[in-house]
Ligand binder design. Structure first.
Ligand SMILES: [Fe+2]
Ligand SMILES: [Fe+2]
Length: 303
C-alpha cells in the first residue's frame, strides 16, 4: 500500500502505562456476580469470553502494522497498547476459566467458535484488520464512559473483584483510546474502510458476547418466559443506548478519539494507582458505597 502523509498529534495522556493486573479472583467466584441480576452478569461474562481471542488478535495486527509505520511517538504508543492488551486478556482468561468451572462448561463451545472466527479475521488484509481495530476501540471508549459514569447503578453490591477488574480494564482502554485509530490513519486513512470497520469490529464482538450471554442464560433456564427475555433485552438496550452515540460519532469523517474527554474518575484512578507500592495487590472498589470512589486513599484525600 502506498504510504500516505501522516502527522502524529499529541494525545490526552502523557504515557500509556503497563500495570500488572494483580487481582486474585476467588476460586468459588459466583458467575452471577451482580446480585439478583443474572442478565447483566451474563452480558458482561459473554463479553469477557471474547477478550482472550480478540485482544491477542489486536496485538498481532498492531505488531504487523508497526513494520509500516515510522513515527516514533506512534510506535511507542503501539508498544504500550500491546503491553496493556497483553495483560488484559490474560486476566480475562483467568476469569473465564472460573466461569466455566463454576457452572457454565458450555461456554467452551463459544470459545471454539471465537478461535475459528479470529483465525479467519487474521487472514484478511491489514487495512481491514486495522479498520476493525479502530472501530472496536471506538466502541470500547463508549464502554469506558458507561461503566465508569454509571458504576453505582451497574455494580452496586456486585462482586468487588469482578467490578474492580472491569473498571480497571476500562481505565486502561481510555488511556490507549487513540492508538488503533492512529495506526489505521498512519497506514491507510481512507474513510470508507474505516467506516466499515466501525460496524465490523463492534458488531463482531457484540455478536459473540451475546452468544455467550444467551448460552449462560439458557443454562440457567432463563429464556423460557417472556419476562426473562424482557430482562435480558433491557440490559442489551441499556448497553446500546450508552455506547451507540460513540459509534455514531466515530462514523463522522473528521472523527478523532482525542476529542473525546476522559471521565474524572479515570484520571483519579490513574493518579491513585501511581501511589501504589510496587508488587501490591490492587485495592478493590467498594461496591457497597453510594459513590464508589477510586480505591486509592491518596487519590481520595486529594479530591
Ligand atoms: Fe483491553
Ligand atoms: Fe483496547
Amino acid at each position: 500500500m502506498a504510504k500516505r502523509t501522516y502527522t502524529y498529534e499529541p494525545k490526552c495522556v502523557d504515557e500509556i502505562i503497563i500495570r500488572p493486573f494483580a487481582f486474585e479472583f476467588l476460586d468459588d467466584l459466583d458467575p452471577v456476580w451482580v446480585p439478583d441480576n443474572p442478565y447483566r452478569s451474563h452480558l458482561f461474562n459473554g463479553l469477557s469470553l471474547t477478550i482472550p481471542y480478540l485482544e491477542p488478535y489486536l496485538m498481532k495486527s498492531t505488531k504487523r502494522a508497526m513494520a509500516h509505520i515510522s513515527e516514533p511517538e506512534l510506535l511507542k504508543d503501539m508498544r504500550g497498547f500491546n503491553g496493556q492488551e497483553g495483560l488484559h486478556y490474560q486476566c480475562h482468561r483467568r476469569l473465564n476459566e472460573l466461569l466455566k468451572a463454576n457452572g457454565y462448561p458450555e461456554l467452551a463451545a463459544v470459545e471454539q467458535r471465537l478461535a475459528e472466527s479470529y483465525n479467519r479475521l487474521s487472514q484478511k488484509s491489514l487495512r481491514t484488520q486495522l479498520a476493525y481495530n479502530a472501530g472496536f476501540e471506538t466502541m470500547t471508549n463508549g464502554f469506558t464512559h458507561w461503566l465508569i459514569n454509571k458504576r453505582t447503578r451497574l455494580f452496586r453490591g456486585a462482586s468487588p473483584h469482578v467490578s474492580s477488574f472491569w473498571l480497571m480494564h476500562m481505565v486502561e482502554e481510555t488511556e490507549h483510546k487513540t492508538v488503533a485509530f492512529d495506526a489505521y490513519m498512519a497506514y491507510s486513512g481512507k474513510y470508507l474502510p474505516r467506516a466499515f470497520g466501525m460496524f465490523h469490529g463492534p458488531l463482531h464482538v457484540l455478536r459473540f458476547g451475546l452468544v455467550g450471554m444467551f448460552t449462560a442464560l439458557k443454562e440457567d433456564k432463563l429464556l423460557s418466559r417472556r419476562r426473562h427475555l424482557m430482562s435480558a433485552l433491557r440490559e442489551i438496550l441499556s448497553m446500546t443506548f450508552h455506547v451507540g452515540p460513540y459509534l455514531l460519532r466515530g462514523l463522522l469523517p473528521w472523527h478523532n478519539p482525542r476529542c473525546e474527554g476522559d471521565p474524572q474518575w479515570m484520571k483519579d484512578w490513574v493518579a491513585g494507582h501511581a501511589t501504589l507500592p510496587a508488587g501490591a495487590l490492587l485495592p478493590l472498589v467498594d461496591t457497597n458505597s453510594a459513590e464508589m470512589p477510586v480505591p486509592f486513599a491518596a487519590a481520595q484525600i486529594k479530591q
